[in-house]
Design a protein around this ligand. Structure first.
Ligand SMILES: C[S@@+](CC[C@H](N)C(=O)[O-])C[C@H]1O[C@@H](n2cnc3c(N)ncnc32)[C@H](O)[C@@H]1O
Length: 355
């Protein structure tokens, strides 16, 4: 799970591309060549409109046939599949109301999605967690999902520095009848975590969710490792950081921080770790020239998302046929080109069990 957009953010049936002309040159990897060949065969037999009415299978099943990982079938998330997934999520009414209220607010893209909240709640239930910590509450969606499944005597320490967001969160804790389970701490999360350690609460928490300042991930993690008991779970959001972690040309402080954090996790013997599954898409990056553009794409109109693992970090690649209608600034290149785009906003999280 991870960096978080709701369906309506990406399911719009259009594509916006910056004013720069895009270089549609040859693919950069063997993997790409093979995949493209598969796609070409599939697409040659169907025009774009026909593709839209074809079975979901052709959109979602990809054969990843590269030397490094062997031949495997990967199911990719398309908007249609994600939409289906969301229709099968059990979202309590109170969470739906909070999500709808938050959708009008600044920063609403930060909120976890219903499927992610469901996963968090389920982890808490599987663990039989009584004591939880959330770092980065915003308006309270993920924390409310957790509080709802905590037993009556359970406790969630909710760390957030923004008092305004917390006003919304606490209103919903009240409405949901879970206020008695939530210990709201307004302030810098690291300070709150240190204070919990100082009062002797090390090793007394079962579950923690990190979803705040990226440059602080390592520090949050170290503090939470003290607070969470052996066998407890720490979930970390945004570990792909919009896909930037896998792009060597992106080296801003947040990306470097998340990248270093991911690297250190792979080697960290103190935890067992896994990556969550990509569940949504948002921004796209042209790989050929690495120029960033924002795009919102309708994946049911000819795009092909797929999953490629690069080291420990899965990355999505999208192969997109660009109809002139959707990409007017590319019309000089014709309408029949496939270009490789990299999804830079996959939502991905790491789940760790403390050893
Ligand atoms: C991604 S949002 C959290 C979303 C939330 N988990 C949800 O599902 O709605 C990150 C939040 O972390 C908060 N935050 C960022 N840095 C922080 C810090 N140092 N201490 C406490 N909160 C922080 C931000 O104010 C923001 O509300």
């Amino acid at each position: 799970m991870s960096s978080l957009v709701t369906v309506h953010h990406w399911a719009k049936p259009f594509l916006r591309i910056g004013s720069q002309v895009v270089n549609l040159h040859a693919p950069t990897t063997q993997f790409f060549v093979r995949y493209r060949r598969n796609l070409s065969a599939a697409v040659a037999a169907s025009s774009l409109p026909r593709f839209q009415s074809e079975s979901c299978k052709s959109e979602t099943v990809v054969i990843a046939d590269d030397e490094k990982y062997g031949n495997k079938h990967v199911i990719s998330i398309t908007p249609r599949l994600y939409d289906y997934l969301l229709t099968n999520v059990r979202e309590p009414q109170i969470l739906r109301e909070l999500r709808e209220e938050t959708s009008t607010m600044r920063g609403s893209q930060m909120q976890v999605s219903p499927d992610q909240a469901q996963l968090l709640a389920m982890l808490v239930q599987i663990l039989g967690a009584q004591r939880c910590i959330e770092v980065g509450v915003y308006t309270g969606y993920s924390s409310l999902a957790v509080a709802l499944v905590l037993p009556e005597g359970g406790k969630l320490v909710a760390c957030e520095r923004d008092a305004k967001s917390l006003e919304v969160a606490t209103r919903y804790y009240d409405q949901a009848g879970v206020s008695h389970k939530v210990d709201v701490r307004c302030g810098l999360a690291a300070d709150t975590l240190k204070s919990l350690i100082e009062i002797g609460e090390s090793g007394s928490y079962d579950f923690a969710f990190i979803d705040a300042e990226k440059r602080m991930y390592q520090e949050y993690f170290e503090l939470l490792l003290k607070l969470v008991r052996v066998g407890g779970i720490i979930v970390v959001d945004n570990v792909l950081w919009h896909g930037k972690v896998a792009d060597p040309l992106v080296n801003d402080p947040k990306t470097i921080s998340v990248r270093n954090f991911n690297k250190s996790l792979v080697e960290d013997e103190r935890v067992s770790t896994t990556e969550g599954h990509v569940t949504a898409v948002g921004e796209l990056r042209f790989l050929q020239d690495m120029r960033l553009c924002r795009a919102e794409a309708n994946f049911t109109s000819g795009n092909k998302p797929m999953f490629q693992e690069q080291g420990a970090v899965p990355v999505i690649h999208v192969y997109m046929k660009l109809p002139a209608l959707l990409a007017p600034n590319l019309h000089m290149l014709g309408t029949n080109h496939w270009i490789e785009l990299q999804l830079i906003k996959p939502r991905q999280g790491a789940i760790m069990i403390v050893r």
